[in-house]
Design a protein around this ligand. Structure first.
Ligand code: JCF
Length: 686
């Protein structure tokens, strides 16, 4: 894009900045290929604001500075849609999708296997309509009832994926574009994290967050929300701009500066439709935004005109809906689960219900704050949601369905497992059982953690077995595990002599471990693998970690005052020191690590692993990166140094590409590790 030259250097700078900012938006939102860092964008925007402040006569409505700054509205004006915003008919299974293709074929008197369809995922957001006159955005409105919506132009102007001015020199006098406003998962998480930090209300899901943001009367609030727009339909355009097909119109929208779905595809016949719906069903989990199905449209616009409409929906389109991930059911009871650190988690016991093919009878309520936020009571009808393989969540209470008699959910004063006092420390949201390792629930969880794969990795010591050992009081501390004898183990129900022998053999193997694993296995609050590694790299040996002061602990990379406090108080407890001595007495050992600072070429860098790796497990890859000083994180951001993408990498890879973060495959990672994992460099000669 080139800015026209004028005699006035101020005007030149303004138009150059505007062109650069528009180009950056286009590259980011339409092409998914950011061209400049965010900081550079912000710098240019600030510069433009400065100049415009000095030259108010040069401010135009389509300037990138004019996205924000409109004063709060009293209410939203009514907007009558020139062309009704219709809904789509739904198909819920393959047969209904095939029936759609058949109907279209019959009406057009053509072979249904030869019809082309333009397909895209169905975004779960809010439909809006945008009107452009002579290339300038003049109005934005919600769908409303389809005939009349609300004018929310000032809010929509704040979305950087909505062009204020269309790209190109030759532009239609009139264009009305429709599309979906939505919030990405990452944007939603960030927004809720910020709300939590401020102590304000969090949104239940990205769709509610998007809806709430568009309804803000103050556009400055909408501007601060990570909303995005994706165009999917042209409602009105001057005839000369019409194209033969819907897919060609979509390409034209991209050329004009709109984001359209990167998943869009043109397919043929009923088989093509069914295949597209299947593909989207599989792709769903990997996308960084919610979709609830696929939209299938006859591609040929003449055929669309011939097909026309039935009552409220076009005959040329169909929405295929995925099985619902949300269902309503009733909270029958709430029980409290005691975790490894004593934390009490409320769990709703539900009237069993099928959600997306799985029977659900429990859902987590997280903590008392969450119960208060939802205003959930025993007896309430609730909306539950199951997405991917996460634990089912309670989304909301159906207040209209609240029966006369409901029971408040209360935190017990005594631990439901051991009867110890339950305490809520300071303003922490979590309540804890004060029983410590006296509480069988905490003991079981601590032992499960101790035996887990990333800790001592005791093969064959599963959850049920640990429960049985604790209930019989054969095991109270981790060291007791190593005193178990095969003959006795074989007395347990469903335990053959062979399995008992195998367990003793694997206990024997796991006696020899590494110091980071051992420290991680102790289960110190907030000490994960990365922190355990960092402690070992810093202090070298266990005794020095045990004796370290709070201040010394805080000097370790990535350990802040809170975690330092947890570590310090753990080792200050006599019984924890005894547990460690006992473990060493029963023969736990590890190789001494070399003392002296290893070279940490990746210090200060954050890496992300995604997809399936072949030669390495995720844990191994992570451990080796951490050993070189990197922090390994689960989410991609601007600050990510590199993303290692294995087989079938999904949304994280997509995000990395969007943000221009370096991406490497597994082989490149292996080469890289090979080059950097040299012997300790600062090792002094003996
Ligand atoms: O993504 C959507 N929610 C979506 C809705 C996509 C489309 O292509 C649509 C739509 C609603 C109506 N197309 C029409 C005609």
């Amino acid at each position: 894009m080139c800015a026209k030259k004028s005699a006035d250097p101020v005007i030149d700078e303004i138009s150059t900045l505007r062109a650069q900012l528009e180009e950056a938006n286009y590259r980011y939102y339409v092409e998914d290929a950011p061209s400049i860092p965010d900081a550079e964008y912000d710098r240019m925007l600030r510069r433009l604001q400065e100049i415009e402040a000095e030259h108010p006569d040069q401010v135009t409505a389509d300037s990138p500075t004019q996205r924000v700054g409109a004063p709060p509205a009293e209410g939203f004006p009514e907007v009558r849609h020139a062309v009704a915003m219709l809904s789509l008919d739904n198909a819920f299974d393959e047969q209904e999708v095939r029936a759609f293709a058949r109907r279209v074929g019959e009406r057009l008197e053509t072979d249904e296997q030869a019809i082309t369809f333009c397909c895209e995922p169905k975004l779960d957001g809010l439909a809006v309509s945008l009107v452009y006159e002579n290339g300038l955005l003049v109005q934005g409105a919600t769908r409303g009832d389809g005939r009349t919506g609300e004018g929310i132009t000032a809010n929509l102007r704040t979305l950087r994926s909505i062009p204020l001015r269309l790209r190109g020199d030759h532009l239609p006098a009139l264009l009305e574009v429709r599309g979906e406003v939505y919030m990405s998962h990452s944007g939603f998480e960030k927004l809720n994290d910020e709300a939590r930090t401020r102590g304000s209300k969090v949104f239940a899901n990205p769709r509610n967050a998007a809806a709430g943001s568009l309804r803000q009367l103050d556009p400055n609030i909408a501007a601060a929300r990570p909303l995005e727009f994706c165009a999917y339909q042209v409602a009105r355009i001057d005839d000369e701009w019409l194209k033969p097909s819907h897919s060609a119109l979509m390409q034209q929208l991209r050329d004009m500066g709109f984001r359209t779905s990167p998943e869009i595809d043109v397919v043929t016949g009923a088989d093509g439709l069914v295949d597209f719906c299947d593909r989207m069903g599989r792709r769903r989990e990997r996308l960084d935004y919610d979709i609830d199905g696929a939209v299938l449209k006859v591609d040929d616009l003449r055929a669309q005109r011939e097909l026309g409409f039935v009552s409220r929906a076009p005959r040329w389109a169909m929405a295929f809906k995925f099985p619902a991930q949300e269902q309503t059911t009733i909270i029958r009871d709430v029980t409290f689960q005691v975790g490894r650190t004593g934390r009490l988690t409320p769990v709703a016991r539900l009237e069993p219900v099928q959600v997306a093919g799985v029977m659900v009878s429990n859902a987590t309520l997280h903590n008392m704050d969450e119960i208060e936020r939802l205003d959930a009571r025993i007896g309430d009808t609730v909306v539950i949601r199951r997405a991917g393989d996460v634990i089912p969540q309670i989304v909301s209470v159906v207040m209209d369905a609240r029966p006369e008699e409901v029971h408040a959910i209360e935190m017990p004063e005594q631990c439901p497992v051991c009867g110890s006092r339950v305490e809520r420390i300071g303003d922490e949201v979590d309540a804890r059982c004060s029983g410590g390792l006296f509480c069988p629930a905490q003991r079981k969880e601590a032992l499960k953690h101790f035996a887990s794969r990333r800790a001592l990795d005791i093969d064959g010591l599963g959850t049920k077995l640990i429960d049985a050992l604790v209930e019989r009081e054969w095991v109270t501390t981790p060291a007791d595990l190593f005193r178990l004898e095969a003959e006795r183990l074989a007395e347990l129900p469903r335990m053959a002599q062979k399995s008992a022998d195998n367990l003793v053999a694997s206990l024997e193997r796991s006696r020899h471990t590494t110091l980071p694993r051992f420290i991680y296995a102790l289960g110190i609050t907030e000490v994960g693998e990365a922190t355990a590694n960092a402690l070992v790299l810093h202090f070298g040996e266990l005794q020095r970690i045990m004796d370290a002061s709070r201040e010394a602990l805080e000097t370790v990379a990535d350990i802040g005052p809170i975690v330092a406090g947890h570590i310090h108080s753990f080792f200050a407890e006599a019984h924890n020191r005894e547990t460690i001595e006992d473990l060493i007495r029963v023969g736990i050992d590890w190789e001494e690590v070399e003392v002296g600072e290893r070279e940490q070429p990746l210090a200060g860098q954050t890496w992300v692993l995604t997809g399936t790796l072949e030669a390495l497990t995720r844990d191994e890859a992570k451990a080796r990166l951490v050993a070189l000083g990197a922090k390994v994180s689960g989410s991609v951001s601007k600050k990510t140094h590199a993303v290692v993408a294995g087989e079938a990498a999904g949304s994280k890879l997509e995000k990395a590409r969007q943000l221009g973060v370096e991406v490497m495959d597994e082989q490149t990672l292996l080469n890289f590790l090979g080059q950097h994992e040299s012997a300790p460099s600062s090792e002094k000669a003996p």
